[in-house]
Write a protein that binds this ligand. Structure first.
Ligand SMILES: NC(=O)c1ccc[n+]([C@@H]2O[C@H](COP(=O)([O-])OP(=O)(O)OC[C@H]3O[C@@H](n4cnc5c(N)ncnc54)[C@H](O)[C@@H]3O)[C@@H](O)[C@H]2O)c1
Length: 255
């Protein structure tokens, strides 16, 4: 099925690579015009060019940048139909070694960035009385966690709380607010930030027997952006190959 987002304008923040790039691509395949926003200039421009969209360089932890991204995405038609805030950072640090500065930097991108993106996108969406806001959360924080994820877990659990609060405030304007909780997805960021042993351990813990792909996640974003999700708001979809299901490590059937 193609054309599910025909003629719609979408902003994908953190769209230069990885999961965000796959979301932008999936939206374009379904007929959306996509603006890619990212703080990585060259990969962001390359992704936008490949998808026939615009690029805007932003640091989503800054309010003026969030507003500039929304302005760029809505400049052609005055409309912003879909907001995706996917930018996130995930340094691995044990809590005893997390400096207050590192704590602030993770919360600034992952959680404050989500609030700033929503605040900026609300302006055109409220005026047009419609819109979809979709945020990248994680299973890490809201459902499970592992050592080294103190700040990250707090930021992603915070996103889930914010989704509920924004959904109830924006419902009156015809705007839905939802999120996706990816499991472990093999991306450039994941390869850079996590050891091969960590990645292999995660893979072994997935009942469906593999790590996720960016496209697995992008398909859930597409659903939440589509007409089929019109009555869904204030919630998240877990896309993790069943990783959060086992009660213990010994879950595989013999043979
Ligand atoms: N890969 C996984 O296993 C996984 C699992 C759960 C959740 N997530 C979440 O998915 C999202 C994408 O992760 P990914 O693995 O594709 O990572 P990635 O590093 O490959 O991509 C993240 C993108 O966000 C951009 N970005 C980071 N900080 C930014 C900022 N301040 N302003 C603008 N852009 C910024 C990066 O430049 C990059 O293009 C993140 O929010 C991450 O927390 C990833």
């Amino acid at each position: 099925m193609a054309g599910r987002l025909e003629g719609q304008s979408a902003l994908v923040i953190g769209g230069a690579r990885g999961i965000g790039e796959a979301i932008a691509q999936r939206f374009v395949e379904e007929g959306a015009r996509v603006t890619v926003a990212d703080w990585l200039e060259a990969p962001g421009e390359a992704t936008a060019a490949r998808l026939g969209g615009n690029f805007v360089k932003v640091d989503i932890s800054q309010m003026a940048d969030a507003e500039a991204a929304v302005a760029k995405a809505s400049e052609a038609t005055g409309r912003l139909d879909i907001l995706v805030q996917n930018a996130g950072i995930y340094p691995y640090t044990l809590i005893e070694h997390i400096s207050p500065q590192e704590w602030d930097s993770v919360l600034a991108v992952n959680l404050k960035g989500t609030f700033l993106a929503a605040r900026a996108a609300l302006v055109p969406m409220k005026a047009q009385r419609s819109g979809r806001m979709i945020f990248t959360s994680s299973i890490t924080g809201p459902r499970v966690t592992s050592p080294g994820h103190g700040h990250y877990s707090a930021s992603k659990a915070g996103i889930n709380g914010f989704i509920k609060a924004a959904a109830i405030e924006f419902a009156n304007y015809g705007i839905t607010v939802n999120g996706v909780e990816p499991g472990n997805i093999l991306t450039d960021g994941m390869k850079a930030e996590r050891s091969a042993d960590f990645i292999a351990g995660m893979e072994a813990s997935v009942p469906l027997g593999r790590l996720g792909t960016p496209r697995d996640i992008a398909n859930a974003f597409l659903f939440l952006a589509s007409d089929e999700a019109a009555y869904i708001t204030g919630t998240t979809i877990i896309v993790d190959g069943g990783q959060t299901l086992p009660e213990g490590p010994d879950f595989r059937l013999p043979g």
